[in-house]
Design a protein around this ligand. Sequence first.
Ligand SMILES: CC(C)(COP(=O)(O)OP(=O)(O)OC[C@H]1O[C@@H](n2cnc3c(N)ncnc32)[C@H](O)[C@@H]1OP(=O)(O)O)[C@@H](O)C(=O)NCCC(=O)NCCS
Length: 300
Amino acid sequence: MPRTEIRYRRCRKKDLLPATRLALSAMNDVRRRTGKEIFLRRVNEPSPLIRHIHETDPELLAAAWAGERMVGFGGALVRGRQWYLAWLFVHPRYQDRGVGGRLLRKLWRDGPGMVHSLATMTYNMQAVGLYSRFGMVPEEMIPVMKARPEDVRLPAAPGWKRDLEPTEGDFAWIQRLEKRIRGFAHPEEWDFWRREKGCRIALFRDGRRRVGYGMLDGRDFLAPAGAADPAELTGVVAEMIRLAREEKRKEVLLFCPTRSRDLYRFLIGAGFRNLEMLLFQSDTPYGDFSRYVPATLAFF
Ligand SMILES: CC(C)(COP(=O)(O)OP(=O)(O)OC[C@H]1O[C@@H](n2cnc3c(N)ncnc32)[C@H](O)[C@@H]1OP(=O)(O)O)[C@@H](O)C(=O)NCCC(=O)NCCS
């Protein structure tokens, strides 16, 4: 085990590239150890998600250093009274010696009514255990699912109007709905997605009534999506898959909370495959997963 003294400090802009590299290699290490395919990606620039949090919550990105080498990286965000852990990664050779726990304590923010949450992989018992020690216990299963849009057996179109250029009023409605669904709105992330290349945002109306919304990102993730009424979530997701098909996307991926029973049953029956199981952990019961498809693991 390396014996160099470990130092901790806030991330500077130039730390974001090594942080992105460390996140990928620590993730691939746990994937390799558990018999999964690794992500083959060359990292030449910082993750846009990490850059975004560096802009919105710069004091909530921290790294651990052994001399000149970054050996740990963590990031969190605070939206309303929600503290959310977006990333925590420790270099495999430095794991199990308290680095992850120290980073977590540095990023932790508390206060009256503060909710603490994150999503992680079910197959990393070390992570599940560490977060549980901080009071964030397993709360909800989130399978990651994938299909080719043209292979999905879609129901008949519900006859809703689809708007691919939502108005400011529509975005304000999405914020209000997400506040009801998730407990906390995250306008900062919507500002980010609206600027990102490759993000398609759709709003659905039945007559004048807004039914729901969805987003397809540049990596073909259908995330997030939400519905005013849980009974309409499956319809919203089906219409987003139709959009992916029209756009000739090669695949569509999503995170389906199993609390959305109808949606999960629909996806499995319609030809989706489960890729892996994620776990949502929280120290407080959180949100209404019956009408929500979460955004990326980092922002949820
Ligand atoms: C998860 C990760 C960040 C933890 O970092 P770390 O520096 O190894 O963690 P620490 O040494 O501070 O703590 C590990 C904790 O896990 C606990 N733990 C280990 N195995 C466990 C198990 N099977 N059950 C319960 N707890 C377990 C240890 O008891 C320890 O807690 P303690 O210090 O309170 O006793 C690191 O292992 C990692 O980067 N893993 C790969 C990537 C990953 O999965 N990241 C999480 C993505 S959200």
